[in-house]
Each structure stands twice: as structure tokens, then as C-alpha cells.
Design a protein around this ligand. Structure first.
Ligand SMILES: NC(=O)c1ccc[n+]([C@@H]2O[C@H](COP(=O)([O-])OP(=O)(O)OC[C@H]3O[C@@H](n4cnc5c(N)ncnc54)[C@H](OP(=O)(O)O)[C@@H]3O)[C@@H](O)[C@H]2O)c1
Length: 187
């Protein structure tokens, strides 16, 4: 007869003592990221537009604080970062969505927003976070493997180059863009 022994590997939570800000954290990828950050010992700050959904997420996760605002509004974003307690360690942005559609068929205003909205959001977050994130923290942004067509693909190329430049400017803080495939979320 053999006796099976299970080796239990103990490890320290990876984000103990750190603060993670997730802009777009009342749902989907952002909410799950915040949930995992909490499980790794981080304190989390949640942001999104709908205060009720944020409240639910904050209750579930025991969030340090929440902020309800539209991340595409530069003034709101600036005041969010201005009011943040320091230091913070990581910022993830899942807010904002690509605009799909053939360039010539898209109404001009929608095309303008599709081309400018997300790069400007990234730039504004980087400006706001630069003095708040404790090195070697990180800024993480989202794009998707589906963004290969039309206006969304143009904006996605702009995002990649912008993020590479920000990474050089903000080093040793890391700046990364994640291109997710299909993720089963409310979106
Ligand atoms: N799911 C996928 O398959 C997939 C694949 C590749 C890339 N992505 C990208 O990943 C990101 C997150 O996707 P998801 O599936 O997690 O979406 P989701 O479930 O709809 O979650 C989006 C979150 O962002 C918030 N949000 C959206 N626009 C905002 C704004 N302007 N200002 C502030 N908060 C905002 C939403 O809350 P409120 O609505 O209350 O603001 C929500 O908490 C998106 O940019 C999406 O394009 C998703």
C-alpha cells in the first residue's frame, strides 16, 4: 500500500501592499482583473460610468474607492488622477470601445471619434498617471485581435505606436497594449 502525500506550495500574494486602478471595472475584463488583483492582495480603485454598477463591483471586491465618470472626457480624467491618493502601482484601462465600419461609409463625426477617441484617452491616462505611479509599476491598455478592419484598425495601429513611445518616455514604468481575442463578457 502506498500513501499519497500532496505537496502544498505556499506563496506570498503577488500584489500585497500595492494599489491597482482599473478604469472600466464594473464589468467584463476590467472587473475580472480587479477581482484577481484583490485575490493577490492589492487594494483596488474602480472606475466606470454607471455608479450603480460600480457600487455593486465595489461591494463585491471591497474596493478602496470608486469614481464614476466618462473616461473619454479629458477634464473628468484629469480630475480623477488629480484626486487619487498616492502612490498607485498599476493602472489598467478597459474603458472605451473601437468603432467598426468601412471608412467611407462611416458618418464623419463617428469616423473622427473612431480615429481620435482611444489614442487621446491613452495619452490623457499617461499624463495623469505619470506622477502617481510608483516605479516599476505599469499602465495597461486594451485593443483586440478583431481590430483589423476599417477605422478600428487605423486607430489600433495608432495605439500601438503611441504606446511604444509612451513606454520609452515613462520607463521604468511599463506601458503595454494587450490585443485580446474573443472574451466572453457582457460586451
Ligand atoms: N470582450 C472581448 O471579446 C474583447 C476582445 C478584445 C478587446 N476587448 C476590449 O476590451 C475592453 C473591455 O471589454 P469588455 O468585454 O470587458 O467590456 P464590458 O464588459 O462592456 O466592460 C467595459 C467596462 O468599461 C466601462 N466603460 C466603458 N466605456 C467607458 C467610458 N467611456 N468611461 C468609463 N468607463 C467605461 C463599462 O462600464 P460603464 O458602461 O458603466 O461605463 C464597463 O465597466 C474594450 O475596450 C473592448 O473593446 C474586448
Amino acid at each position: 500500500m502506498t500513501t499519497a502525500t500532496t505537496a502544498v506550495t505556499q506563496r506570498e500574494p503577488e500584489l500585497l501592499g500595492q494599489t491597482v486602478v482599473v478604469i472600466g471595472s464594473s464589468s467584463g475584463i476590467g472587473l475580472e482583473t480587479a477581482r484577481r488583483a484583490r485575490a493577490e492582495g492589492a487594494s483596488v480603485i474602480l472606475a466606470g460610468r454607471n455608479p450603480e454598477r460600480l457600487k455593486q463591483a465595489a461591494l463585491e471586491l471591497g474596493a478602496q474607492r470608486t469614481a464614476a465618470f466618462d473616461a473619454n472626457d479629458p477634464a473628468s480624467l484629469r480630475s480623477f488622477f488629480h484626486d487619487l491618493p498616492t502612490p498607485i502601482d498599476h493602472v489598467m484601462v478597459t474603458a472605451g470601445a473601437p468603432r467598426y465600419g468601412p471608412p467611407l461609409e462611416m458618418p464623419p463625426e463617428e469616423a473622427r471619434r473612431g480615429l481620435t477617441e482611444r489614442p487621446l484617452l491613452v495619452l490623457e491616462v499617461a499624463r495623469g498617471a505619470a506622477d502617481k505611479v510608483r516605479p516599476p509599476g505599469s499602465l495597461i491598455f486594451m485593443t483586440g485581435t478583431g481590430e483589423r478592419f476599417g477605422i478600428a484598425s487605423t486607430a489600433s495601429v495608432a495605439l500601438s505606436t503611441l504606446i511604444a513611445n509612451l513606454a520609452l518616455e515613462l520607463a521604468p514604468i511599463r506601458v503595454n497594449l494587450i490585443a485580446a481575442g474573443f472574451v466572453d463578457t457582457p460586451l
